[in-house]
Design a protein around this ligand. Structure first.
Ligand code: FE
Length: 283
């Protein structure tokens, strides 16, 4: 029998300042057993360019993956590997920083409106020092499965009804879905038991438990209890949300800014290497 997930916690994302002065909303940004392997989710939605134009100038990452999904606007990026490009509307950049990259992420003005998300996923100790890797996915490469005329799912990573998302071979076996439900709809979806999962509401509102006790709306994070299935449903309004899950790593976390390792000593070494110019291992 299916064990439907219940709600562990609902959290409203909080206004915060990051990078060189970017105003964004943080859904979470901490190490928590119910969110493991995920560490952070930022929502950079704004219709005021002053909120985001200062961007995220040159900074290092090590030991994690950063996943950027842009819905409106553009983010220009450049890195220490010599990559440069633009993450455009509907595109995803799944960056595995591994042993280290130094990059910058600079939003570009597009008729004012910017909407996007950055998720951080931790790497297990065995992969923290892996060679950096990118999976750059264009909007046109992200399949959208129309489960019914009321349920559409864009698959960034994972599989639904035999359709696979373009991002593959990620060590924490994540699933990353962008789901739209029309009013008065029920969507049931299998999520592997023992994987942690959460939803973040982009627009509209809906229910995340079978009993439909509490309606959850825009700018809210729903952290789910364990189970092998989720039921999301709507009443009179539609909903668009991200549904993300992954295999917990369950290792000690030593975290400072953009670098996440297992021990204080590994953190200290990373910042020392950044200062003395030996941070990146890829050249
Ligand atoms: Fe970054």
């Amino acid at each position: 029998m299916a064990k439907t997930r219940t709600i562990y916690q609902i959290i409203e994302s909080q206004a915060t300042m990051e990078g060189a002065g970017v105003r964004l909303r943080r859904a979470f940004g901490r190490d928590h057993p119910k969110l493991d392997p995920f560490l952070l989710l930022d929502d950079f939605g704004s219709d005021n360019p002053d909120d985001y134009m200062s961007g995220f100038p040159w900074h290092p990452h090590r030991g994690i993956e950063t996943i950027t999904y842009v819905l409106h606007g553009k983010v220009k990026h450049e890195d220490s590997l010599g990559n440069a490009g633009v993450i455009g509307e509907g595109d995803v950049q799944w960056m595995t920083a591994g042993s280290g990259i130094i990059h910058q992420e600079m939003p570009e003005k597009t008729e004012g409106l910017m909407l996007g998300f950055q998720l951080w996923a931790n790497l297990p100790s065995s992969n923290k020092m892996m060679h950096p890797r990118y999976q750059e996915v264009k909007q046109s490469d992200i399949p959208e499965v129309q489960i019914s005329d009321k349920i559409g799912v864009k698959i960034i990573c994972g599989e639904i009804d035999g359709t696979k998302g373009p991002v593959q071979d990620i060590v924490t076996e994540p699933e990353y879905l962008d789901i739209t439900l029309q009013p008065n709809t029920i969507f049931k979806h299998t999520i592997r038991e023992n994987h942690n999962s959460f939803a973040y509401i982009i627009e509209g509102e809906g229910f995340f438990d079978e009993k439909r006790k509490k309606k959850v709306g825009k700018h809210h994070l729903v952290v789910l209890e364990d189970g092998d299935e989720i039921q999301i449903s709507t009443a009179e309004s539609n909903i668009r949300l991200l549904l993300i899950s992954g295999k917990p790593i369950r290792e000690p976390v030593a975290w400072s800014g953009p670098i996440v390792m297992n021990t204080r000593e590994e953190l200290r070494l990373a910042f020392e290497e950044y200062r003395n110019g030996s941070f990146t291992k890829h050249d």
